[in-house]
Design a protein around this ligand. Structure first.
Ligand code: PHE
Ligand code: FE
Length: 297
């Protein structure tokens, strides 16, 4: 079903970066969700919440509860938005699906997270090729309650707008940073245990187990340039997970202007998704068991 696209204006006063209009934003068609849609949400929510206790970062689990997401029905964005606004001044906006890159960056820069409004079908509980409501809402949105992570996401959006003016090759480096942090990042807590904060993992039962418990993947300490030069897999579990110690560390490491870095690594070779390099802070070296030899992006 298609709701009429709705253009949103932003006031200059409460948002630093102001897109002319928010591309692709619609009203969440909440009344149109079927009982099957609500049941799919409930099943996925219960399954992941159980699995993620002791596996997801505590920041994520706490934030999700503070937001008031529950399994009984698909959350209403307007209700979540009240809490999110109070916590970090972020807002969710409903979209039909993936947005053009620049539009996506502009949303983040304006503290808006685009959430796909529709949810997968019952036969797609374990895997779906494109982001749906469960991935976006369950996986991405809770950490926007966390002030440091929320600031990182906004900085990423501003950085994306800036990189768009540099060139496609700069965007490729920036996309790798997003992939290895926002989508597939691990964090080490104070007890030295690895926990999940990447939304691509948080919304996947298989990868939630794989990323922490399998011997196959590498787990390597986060390094900005290393991450930006590392290709990734879109068709399988990751061969390498990069580990941060805190969201503050991530925010600080990415604070400097990237333009000199882009220029420096422009002609540098990229690394294979499963590579382990001499300078790496290797937390765990993967066995590589079951890896396919081709297909790094
Ligand atoms: N400091 C980055 C730049 O100059 C902006 C950024 C922050 C990008 C965080 C990504 C993540 O482009
Ligand atoms: Fe995602």
């Amino acid at each position: 079903m298609n709701a009429a696209p709705q253009r949103l204006e932003h006031s200059l006063t409460d948002k630093g970066y102001v897109p002319v209009y928010a591309a692709g934003v619609i009203e969440q068609p909440w009344a149109d969700y079927s009982s099957t849609d609500h049941r799919v949400w409930a099943q996925l929510y219960d399954r992941q919440r159980k699995l993620l206790v002791g596996r997801a970062s505590d920041e994520f689990l706490v934030a999700q509860e503070q937001m008031g997401m529950t399994p009984d029905r698909i959350p209403r964005f307007d209700e979540l938005n009240e809490r999110l606004w109070r916590a970090t001044r972020w807002q969710l906006v409903a979209v039909e699906g993936l947005l053009p890159e620049l539009a996506f960056f502009e949303h983040l820069a304006a503290r808006e997270f685009p959430v796909t409004w529709w949810i997968r079908k019952p036969e797609q509980l374990d895997y779906l090729a494109e982001p749906d409501l469960f991935h976006d809402l369950f996986g991405h949105v809770p950490l926007l309650m966390n002030p440091v992570f929320a600031n990182y996401m906004r900085a990423y959006g501003l950085g994306g707008v800036k990189a768009t003016g540099v060139g496609d090759w700069a965007l490729q480096h920036l996309a790798r940073l997003y992939w290895y942090t926002v989508e597939f990042g691990l964090i080490r807590n104070r007890d030295g245990e690895l926990r999940i904060y990447g939304s691509g993992i948080l919304s996947s039962k298989g990868e939630s187990l794989h990323c922490l418990e399998s011997a196959a993947p590498n787990r390597i300490g986060f390094d900005l340039e290393r991450v930006m030069r590392t290709r990734y897999r879109i068709d399988s579990y990751q061969k390498t997970y990069f580990v941060i110690d805190s969201f503050e560390q991530l925010f600080e490491a990415t604070r400097p202007d990237f333009r000199p870095l882009y220029a420096r690594i422009h002609d540098a070779p990229s690394y294979a998704a499963g590579a382990v390099l001499p300078g790496d802070d290797v937390i765990q070296r993967g066995t590589g068991e079951g890896w396919l030899a081709d297909g790094d992006v």
